[in-house]
Design a protein around this ligand. Structure first.
Ligand code: CP3
Length: 355
């Protein structure tokens, strides 16, 4: 179908990102990139250098607003994502959290049911209030066509960091807890479900127009327990949010979930799935897109490479998935060595794309 006939039969109105999430017609797929604010941008590194620690940046709503806006000014993405981190809820619950240069997050690990009982959800509203200020400030300063995305970690992934205490290739400690004492581990998952419902609800009240749940380590969950640790907690969050804010779309990102993506939207109630780069776009178009919108899934290293390798992969994604509701994105976040000029070239290509 040509662009023109699509416009004539179905007027293209409103924000592209929200239209795509609702399965409405768009002139071209909207785009944004995970980790679009971050270390690959010199202006981010400059602010990061003046504030001190990464947490100070997340909790300073003026600086957090500024770094969320930086990529939008440069590249004009269709969506801005709140600048924060999925582990702020751990800090808010009273778990000691720090970010060490080159090492990532370090947490005082939760290993027992007694440890879970020491976490205090009553602290969350006050500690997380700067995040809601960032959302309000962004909402007031973004261009009219840009959608504001709020986010949180999905319970499995947040629990994995809380229990392991730092990043890991296999997160063996939380996985063993889930195997040996599923009911004890469930108490942690349930607590995270509850604080995440409030956290995302407050972001929506402050002005977030869509939210994304990052389940970065969903791929570590065995098929037999995928429902318990990845589907049910996300479903609990989605159901509560849909009750309070029925109009706000929810994007799930169960990274590494593979064939578990089939049925994921229907079972969890999310409106869209963000695909990692291991997923074949043609497979996703056939087996996942009938359930709702897709987002993804350019290899972040294709943007480090740039040139034909980047554009050819972007073309394959569009060819396979732009026939249905699609938000162009990466399969995971930008890496720090991404050349900003490659992001510029990709953004221009995406804005000029035609059916
Ligand atoms: O632009 C954006 O995407 C918005 C902000 C954002 C950050 N983290 C900022 C950040 C978002 C959406 C996240 C999500 C996040 N945080 C996830 C899920 C997505 C994923 O990457 O799988 C996870 C697992 C985390 C936890 C986390 N935060 C880790 C493991 C690390 C260290 C790894 C790294 O990339 O350094 C962080 C730190 C972090 N979060 C940085 C940024 C910009 C880098 C810190 C710095 O500037 O020093």
């Amino acid at each position: 179908m040509s662009n023109l006939s699509l416009k004539q039969s179905n007027p293209v109105t409103g924000k592209r990102m929200l239209s795509a999430l609702q399965g409405k017609p768009v002139d071209r797929p909207p785009f944004w990139f995970m980790r679009q604010a971050g270390r690959y941008l010199p202006e981010y590194r400059e602010i990061r250098g003046t504030v001190g620690g990464f947490l100070d940046l997340c909790y300073n709503s003026d600086f957090a607003t500024e770094v969320s806006l930086q990529p939008i000014r440069r590249y004009g993405m269709d969506a801005a994502i709140l600048f924060a981190d999925i582990l702020l809820v751990c800090d808010a619950l009273g778990q000691n959290l720090s970010y060490q240069e080159g090492e990532g997050p370090v947490l005082e690990p939760i290993r027992t049911v007694e440890d879970i009982k020491r976490l205090d959800p009553a602290r969350c509203p006050e500690i997380l209030s700067p995040v809601y200020d960032t959302v309000s400030k962004l909402s007031a300063s973004l261009p009219a066509e840009t959608t504001l995305i709020g986010f949180a970690g999905a319970p499995w992934t947040v629990a994995a960091y809380m229990v392991e205490g730092h990043g890991s290739k296999d997160f063996a400690i939380p996985r063993l807890w889930a195997l040996r004492d599923p009911d004890g581990f469930s108490q942690l998952i349930d607590l995270i479900v509850d604080v995440t419902i409030d956290y995302l609800s407050q972001q929506i009240i402050a002005g977030a127009e869509a939210v994304q749940l990052f389940d970065s380590w969903a791929g570590l969950v065995p098929a037999a327990s995928f429902d318990r640790w990845c589907i049910q907690p996300v479903k609990a969050i989605t159901s509560a949010l849909k009750q309070r804010h029925p109009e706000v779309p929810i994007i799930g990102f169960p990274r590494g979930a593979g064939p578990n993506l089939i049925g994921y939207m229907t079972k969890t109630g999310v409106d869209a799935i963000s695909l990692d780069q291991s997923i074949d776009p043609k497979w996703a178009a056939q087996y996942v897109q009938p359930e709702g919108a897709l987002q993804g899934n350019l290899d972040p290293l294709a943007v480090v490479s740039g040139g034909d390798a980047m554009i050819n992969q972007a073309k394959e994604i569009m060819d396979a998935m732009a026939g249905g509701p699609l938000i162009f994105n990466l399969g995971h976040g930008f890496v720090p060595q991404t050349p900003p000029e490659h992001v510029a070239a990709l953004s221009e290509w995406l804005k000029n794309w035609t059916r």
